[in-house]
Each structure stands twice: as C-alpha cells, then as structure tokens.
Design a protein around this ligand. Structure first.
Ligand code: IYR
Length: 221
C-alpha cells in the first residue's frame, strides 16, 4: 500500500522556560500518584473512563495495528467471579508457588491473597494484548511488539486516570487466563493486566516506600 502523508499540524513548541515549567509541573502531578489497594465503592462517571481509554488508544504501537483490547467491568456479578478466580490463584501463589525471595520482595507492600478491591472498586479494566488480529472473514493479521505496545498504552491509561483524579491499582494475578474465560475473550487475546480503578477509600493507607532518584535510574553520556 502506498503511504499517505499529511502535514504535522498538531505539534506545539514551547519556549525553553515554559518547557522547564511544564516538565516540572507534570512531574509534580505524576509523582503524587500512588498505587492504592483500599478502594471506595463510590461510583465514577463512565464518561471519564471512556476519555481515559481514548488516551490509551493514542499510544504509539507496532505498525499502528493497535494490538490491545480494554474490557471495562462494573457488573458486580462479573467482579465477584473475577475476585473468586483471582483469590484462588493468589492463595496458591502466596502459600506454594512464590519463592521466598519473591515473598521477601513483596513484604514492604503488605500484600496477601485477599483481594477485596476486585469487588469494592467501581471499575475493573481487564487489558488484553492481541498476538494477532482477526479479520471479519476469520483470517489472521500478525501483530508486532504486542507486549511493548500494550504496556505503553497502559502507561498512558494510568497517567490519564490519575490526571482525571482517580486512583488505580495494577493487579497481575498469575496466571490470569481465567479472564479469557470469564470475559469471553478469544484465543488471540492474552491478559496483560487487570487495572482496578476508582476513588481511594477515605482511610486508604499506602506503603511507606520511595522511588529511586534520577541518578539511579538514568545515565547521561
Ligand atoms: N500478584 C500478587 C503478588 C504481587 C506481585 C508483584 I511483582 C507485586 O508488585 C505485587 C503483588 C498480588 O497481587 O498480591
């Protein structure tokens, strides 16, 4: 197919001092985000979730094939089924499957096999990565960099939710193939992450942990 080009009309340049200001302001906003495990059942407007998903859909990705699917769950019956299935896997993980080294790494987070947030939060967003696409006639379209692409889209989504004033939790019960079954997703889709979304509970507490400073995460050559 012949490529079709249009002028880049959406880019905006800012004066250098404004760039500094904007980058600091964005950092100050995003650094306030904390992964929350205590959720309020307070409802959230669906339009906010839709807009944040639109943000996710703008992510750069392999060959622009957009190899992702977001399943938004608010139905309490489905949330309960997900919680039940996740807690079975998590119990196995905490009691048998996880090596001691992993349990030691998780100790500062205070996590355990109980996952009440899967029922408390108003929304669960199950994020799937598509190994290949399916045309209406059933033919397969190979996708590229599927995990990287879905990871970038998920990062956009998490930032958008925070920007809108919502808390989120990146939850990865392992294995999580039960999501395909409960949500009726086809074989070309693999669960990537279960994002729990809502308001924090009024008395929500978070672990007293910190992010590495710039010097530890970046090198300038
Ligand atoms: N999936 C488990 C364990 C867990 C693993 C990692 I890596 C975390 O950062 C947090 C938890 C759970 O959700 O409890």
């Amino acid at each position: 197919m012949k490529p079709s080009f249009i002028p880049l009309s959406t880019y905006r340049e800012y004066p250098p001092d404004e760039m500094i200001e904007r980058s600091v302001a964005f950092y100050d906003d995003l650094r306030r985000r904390r992964t929350v495990r205590d959720f309020s059942p307070r409802p959230v407007e669906r339009a906010v979730i839709e807009n944040c998903l639109r943000v996710a859909g703008t992510a750069p990705n392999g060959a622009n094939l957009q190899p992702w699917c977001f399943v938004v769950i608010s139905d309490p019956v489905i949330k309960r089924r997900i919680r039940e299935a996740a807690e079975i896997e998590e119990q196995e993980f905490y009691e048998h499957r996880a090596p001691q080294e992993w349990l030691d790494a998780l100790a500062p987070l205070g996590t355990d096999a109980r996952k009440p947030f899967l029922e408390d939060a108003p929304y669960l967003i199950a994020i799937f990565t598509q190994k290949y696409g399916l045309l209406p006639d059933g033919r397969r379209v190979k996708h590229y960099y599927t995990v990287e692409s879905t990871g970038i889209a998920t990062g956009f989504l998490i930032a958008a939710l925070h920007h809108a004033g919502l808390a989120s939790l990146t939850h990865t019960p392992s294995p999580m193939d039960f999501l395909n079954e409960i949500l009726g997703r086809p074989d070309n889709e693999r669960p990537f992450l279960l994002l729990v979304v809502g308001y924090p509970a009024e008395d929500a507490h978070v672990p007293d942990i910190a992010k590495k400073p710039l010097e530890e995460i970046a090198t300038f050559l």
